[in-house]
Design a protein. Structure first.
Length: 433
């Protein structure tokens, strides 16, 4: 079945009962927090006041924090990720999220796995479409519903598109996905299952075409549409704050969080979640954030080294297609700088080693999603003990299921002769007999 054969979802009216519980008040520019704008409509093309021809600044969402009910967070280190007042998923945290006008899929509440030695894995593959992007898209698709858009458009070669298509289907909205010709088979299957219109095009044409679809058809963009730096959707990173809320609920404040980083939206959202908890008096500090990027590129690390708001880099060959970004965002720079963390460049070899380590613990993670643990391990390799200067536990975010890798489907098991001799021979070959 082709993408145009897919039957569109049945339109439905988005729920409105959450509009009175969100404490969101307005948008503000990260380039100049004094530049403020109404909450609606979301400014998806960057700040119109502070952005320049060479730098696009993202918008942030602000809240009436003085009205927040902190009881929902419970006592740090004692609350399970999926429990608490207000239900499961984003609905539990809706007072500190933009209005949730699109129905959810139970996003969030992912497990925190203890690997020992003070290292924990936040396994985001347990989200509805098997990636962290579900946290973002509950908020961005809600924005589309809030402005009355007929559908959404996303430029993505992987998790973002699969997640956006699912939440659009759930909200009764059409979804157009501009993707790469080498789209992973698993992601392609996700998109068609949700009835998305899938348009494989050369990578460099995706963003100009996205802007055409926004301007000509009124589709709401749920991914970036700015150049030369990335801004993304103002509502999107808000969904990632809930990762910080859940970590604190189960573990308290860790010493550091290692985050696989492409454009830096999740990195920023996690940092903002920790800063909100400190602002509300739930915690007293913010952990250091480490942005783990492929060594083949690394625009955030380049910006930090140069002291610039963002940077562009040439991207070399890497199998970590989910985070091989040539441009960065001021969001990521802000999160790392303000938390006292740093950028960490990891090679494909280091990511494959981390992916294998996670698999031996029963966790099948996409190569890009293993960058967080790879970043931690690379620091240990360089210094002898990466945790020596960190007082407390460390969390590595694992973003997505290994089923999303492009290599999936290329490996087959060699048949064995159906006899005891044949089985014993194979067992001996792998050291089990």
């Amino acid at each position: 079945m082709t993408s145009t054969d897919a039957k569109p979802p049945t339109p439905r009216t988005p729920p409105t009962n959450s509009t009175t519980t969100s404490l969101a008040t307005h948008q503000r520019s990260l380039g100049d927090p004094e530049s403020r704008f109404p909450l609606w409509p979301p400014l998806t093309a960057g700040c119109p006041v502070t952005s320049t021809a060479t730098m696009a600044y993202p918008l942030d969402v602000d809240y009436a924090y003085e009205k927040a009910d902190t009881d929902v967070f419970g006592r740090p280190g004692t609350v399970g990720a999926g429990r608490g007042s207000g239900g499961r998923g984003h609905d539990r945290w809706q007072q500190l999220l933009p209005p949730l006008l699109a129905p959810g899929l139970g996003e969030g509440g992912t497990p925190l796995i203890d690997l020992g030695d003070g290292i924990h894995i936040k396994d985001e593959s347990r989200n509805p479409t098997w990636s962290h992007k579900d946290r973002l898209n509950r908020c961005t698709v809600s924005a589309a519903a809030g402005v009355g858009a007929p559908g959404i458009v996303v430029a993505s070669s992987g998790n973002h598109g699969a997640s956006a298509a699912a939440y659009a289907a759930r909200a009764g909205l059409r979804c157009v996905v501009l993707t790469s010709p080498d789209l992973p088979p698993a992601v392609d299957s996700f998109l068609h299952a949700y009835g998305a219109v899938v348009l494989p095009v050369p990578t460099h044409t995706r963003w100009p075409l996205l802007r055409e679809l926004v301007d000509r058809l009124g589709l709401h963009p749920v991914s970036n549409q700015t150049e030369p730096a990335h801004t993304g959707h103002p509502f999107g990173p808000e969904g990632y704050k809930t990762i910080a809320y859940e970590i604190v609920g189960e573990l308290g404040v860790p010493a550091a969080v290692f985050v696989p980083t492409g454009y830096g939206e999740m990195l920023f959202g996690v940092w903002k979640g920790f800063t909100e908890l400190r602002r509300l008096g739930v915690t007293d500090r913010v952990p250091s954030l480490y942005a783990c990027e492929p060594a083949a590129g690394g625009p955030l690390t380049a910006a930090l080294r140069a002291g610039t708001p963002a940077a562009q880099v040439e991207v070399g060959p890497t199998d970590a297609y989910g985070i091989d970004c040539p441009v960065g965002s001021y969001r990521g720079v802000l999160a790392v700088r303000e938390s006292g963390g740093r950028g960490v460049l990891v090679s494909d070899r280091q990511m494959y080693a981390a992916q294998g380590e996670l698999a031996r613990q029963g966790l099948w993670t996409e190569l890009s999603g293993a960058a967080g643990l790879a970043g931690l391990r690379s620091m240990r390799d360089a210094s002898g003990d990466a945790l020596a200067d960190l007082e407390g536990p460390v969390v590595c975010v694992a973003t997505s299921s290994g089923f999303k890798d492009r290599s999936v489907g290329t490996r087959t098991s060699e048949p064995v002769e159906p006899s005891w001799e044949g089985v014993r021979s194979r067992l001996r070959a792998v050291g089990l007999w």
